[in-house]
Each structure stands twice: as structure tokens, then as C-alpha cells.
Design a protein around this ligand. Structure first.
Ligand code: ZN
Length: 242
């Protein structure tokens, strides 16, 4: 059964800035969706903010095993009721992959319970990403370390709760470091935050970045057999009192 992936972005390809289209001709949305296209293990659809219900209707989320999110400037424009709807799906088992500047999205802050703020600068620093957990399924096929020619620097402290698994740490030539690949469990859902992916730099062409994102989709995918409803249930005693 193919994993149903919904790739969400605040901009459609048409809405993307020229500086973005110069690097990613189909926008960041198209670049990320392209990682899942023409593969037997995935069925991919795209969604974006200017669509009705921000592209995330109940029907689409119900048919989504993993939601992949990229946003930057328009976090505040995502309606709160959509954030609550996405949260409910995650708690029931839908996976969430949060990319790059999605760190301060409403849904990330909602799921973490913290600001998710960080230190940053745009100086086209080289980044070297070190894998800390090579046995984790998300890091399958990834070497001990790999380099990105240029990235926006995201540095510590990253205001997140301690990850349930910390899979990689990034070092930048500016001297900064960052927890660049973090796993969280929330309810029955799995969340993966992955730092690379500034919109005018080329990280989404890197084969290891692509591999990690695809591996993460396999890891985080909703298990339909375990799909749960939320809320407590009355439980009569299992044994009779003597
Ligand atoms: Zn950025």
C-alpha cells in the first residue's frame, strides 16, 4: 500500500518569488513533492495556503498518512481551526514532517508547546551534518556526515522540548551548531523536524536530504491498522472483587 503524502506550502508554484523559482522552477512546493513522485511506495498530492480551508480539508487530512510542511513568512495566516484540525489528526496517528522555516509555524508550536525559536543568519554558510543515530530508520543509507554547500544558519538554542530521538547535528562554517534532525512522539502520531531547505539555496537537490525526507515519511506514516479515536473511554473492572 502506497503511503499517502500531502506536501503543504504557504505558496503555490505560481505564488513563489522569482528568486525562489530561479532555484526551484516549481517552487519549494514542487521541489519537495517531486521527492515522492513516480515511486511505488508513495502517492503524493500538494496543498497550499490560498486554497479553500488552506488546502487542508477534513477529507484530505483523513486521506493523508504523512503531512510534509514548509512555511516561512505566512505562519500567522494559517487559520487556528485548521491548526486544531491538523493537531487532531496527528494525535490520532497522522505523521508530520516539518521542514526548515516551518519551525515557527502554529502547528509546530502547538505540538511542541514551546516557541520553537532559534538563532539565525543568512550568510550562505557551508553546513556539515553529522548523523548521531545511524541505526535509526530515518538515517538508513545516509553516511556518517555529509555537507551542504550553502545553508541559512539555524543555531542553538532551538527552543524545543528534548526530542524523543535526536538523529543529527549540523555544524556551520560560522561556528554555530544546531539540532538539525529531531523526532517527537505526540499521541499516536510521529513528528520529524529537519532543518535544511532555505528557499533560495539548493539543499533540496541534495540526494541525502531527499533520502532523509523519504525515509522520514516511511517512519512517520500513519498506521491505518492502529488508527485511534481520541478521548477517554469508560472501562468496567476486568476482575470481580472477592
Ligand atoms: Zn530560510
Amino acid at each position: 500500500m502506497a503511503i499517502h503524502v500531502t506536501v503543504w506550502n504557504e505558496d503555490s508554484a505560481q505564488e513563489s518569488a522569482q528568486s525562489v523559482l530561479a532555484v526551484y522552477p516549481k517552487g519549494v512546493l514542487g521541489a519537495v513533492a517531486g521527492m515522492f513522485e513516480n515511486r511505488e511506495d508513495f502517492f503524493v498530492r500538494t496543498a497550499y495556503l490560498s486554497q479553500p480551508e488552506a488546502g487542508l480539508s477534513e477529507e484530505i487530512l483523513e486521506d493523508t498518512d504523512v503531512l510534509v510542511w514548509w512555511g516561512h513568512c505566512k505562519h500567522r495566516l494559517v487559520p487556528d481551526e485548521i491548526v486544531t484540525r491538523v493537531q487532531q489528526h496527528i494525535l490520532r496517528g497522522m505523521g508530520l514532517i516539518m521542514l526548515h522555516s516551518g519551525h515557527e509555524s502554529k502547528i509546530m508550536q502547538r505540538m511542541m508547546g514551546t516557541q520553537c525559536s532559534l538563532r539565525w543568519h543568512e550568510n550562505q554558510d557551508k553546513e556539515r551534518i553529522f548523523v548521531l543515530e545511524p541505526a535509526h530508520p530515518i538515517m538508513r543509507g545516509v553516511p556518517a556526515w555529509f555537507e551542504l554547500e550553502a545553508e541559512e544558519m539555524y543555531g542553538e538554542r532551538f527552543d524545543i522540548p528534548a526530542p524523543d530521538a535526536l538523529l543529527a547535528i549540523g555544524w556551520y562554517e560560522s561556528g554555530d551548531v544546531f539540532r538539525s534532525a529531531c523526532c517527537f512522539n505526540r499521541g499516536y502520531g510521529k513528528i520529524f523536524y529537519f532543518q535544511p531547505g532555505h528557499e533560495t539555496l539548493r539543499s533540496y537537490y541534495n540526494p541525502y536530504v531527499q533520502l532523509i525526507i523519504r525515509n522520514a515519511a516511511h517512519w512517520a506514516a500513519r498506521d491505518r491498522a492502529l488508527d485511534r479515536v481520541l478521548g477517554s473511554e469508560f472501562a468496567p473492572p476486568l476482575e470481580e472483587k472477592k
